[in-house]
Design a protein around this ligand. Structure first.
Ligand code: ZN
Length: 301
């Protein structure tokens, strides 16, 4: 008998109107597999590309009978996904039911033993990923980004050759889902596949190619660059309030002092120079920043 995915639906909680949030878990068991993979998307409700990527990749797993066991959760955060205000996705944090601190959905591995909504949800995901040897958590970043991966410095062999241009190594784990899994002894990677909130067919296709390379369905390629997150990932803040007009795209190389944007303030227009030499990794969603609001992240030479 050829392995096929089986579906389990896990209830999370119900709302005041008794609508129910649930998680679908798709499992695939190959008789010759020696490794189990946990593949997840959508932990941040504004990060959409990974959801169709997991759905599409499950078809390939079955068609090619990949010799791994898989646990797939394409839509890991239904509360986040259903968070929108006037047509704009807002589910990066729990804005709905947490009265005080609006937890970032991907920084609460430490809440797994708390009987709160967030604690129960993250415990559910951590229990689902517990049998896995490899954890791939699919995210997106910024209003515009170039694809990148966050990985522990010991796991470089797993992230090179996939065709993802920027590889961001870290030493000290956060309470993110992947980092929590890394601390449990797994290969655990956070993929940032594309820009947040939007989904484009080309990005879905490209993301599937990254996964095919990861699982040996396609040969590895050259061209990725490794950066040290603690030293080389830098944020950039607006020097004044105004309307921001970019002259660079995410992924572009920049030189310190080069004009990369114009800020239209009440006093006139201001040329904004790149504070760094390196790569513009991602742009934040804001185009009408306040003074000192974060505008972007750079990878710095
Ligand atoms: Zn994310």
């Amino acid at each position: 008998m050829t392995p096929k995915f089986s579906l389990e639906t896990i209830p999370l909680h119900s709302t005041a109107s008794n609508a129910t949030f649930e998680i679908d878990v798709w499992r695939y068991h190959h008789p010759d597999a020696t490794k189990t993979v946990y593949l997840q998307a959508g932990i941040h409700g504004i990060e959409l590309t990974g959801i169709p990527v997991v759905h599409e990749f499950m078809k390939e797993i079955e068609a090619q009978q990949l010799v791994y066991n898989f646990i797939c959760v394409p839509l890991s955060n239904p509360m986040g996904l259903d968070s929108q205000i006037m047509g704009v996705q807002t589910g990066y944090n729990n804005l709905h039911t947490n009265q005080q601190n609006c937890w970032n959905w991907n920084r609460i591995g430490n809440l797994k033993d708390e009987p709160s909504q967030e604690g129960h949800w993250i415990k559910t995901l951590l229990d689902l990923s517990a049998p896995a040897d490899i954890v791939l958590d699919l995210h997106t970043a910024g209003v515009e980004t170039t694809p990148h991966i966050y990985f522990h410095e010991s796991e470089k062999e797993h992230v090179t050759g996939l065709g993802i241009p920027h590889l961001l190594s870290w030493k000290v784990p956060s309470d993110s889902f992947s980092d929590t899994n890394f601390q449990r002894g797994k290969v655990a990677l956070t993929f940032e596949l594309s820009s947040s909130r939007s989904v484009h067919g080309e990005r879905v296709k490209e993301s599937l190619i990254y996964l095919r390379r990861f699982f040996g369905m396609l040969p590895k390629v050259d061209g990725s660059r490794v950066w040290n997150t603690e030293k080389q990932l830098k944020k950039w803040y607006s020097p004044a309030g105004g309307i921001l007009c970019w002259h660079k795209d995410a992924g572009d190389a920049v030189r310190e002092g080069e004009v990369i944007a114009t800020l239209y303030t009440r006093k006139g227009s201001l040329d904004l120079e790149s504070p760094y030499t390196g790569v513009l990794l991602l742009k934040n969603p804001i185009h009408a920043p306040h003074e000192r609001q974060e505008l972007a992240k750079f990878l710095v030479e």
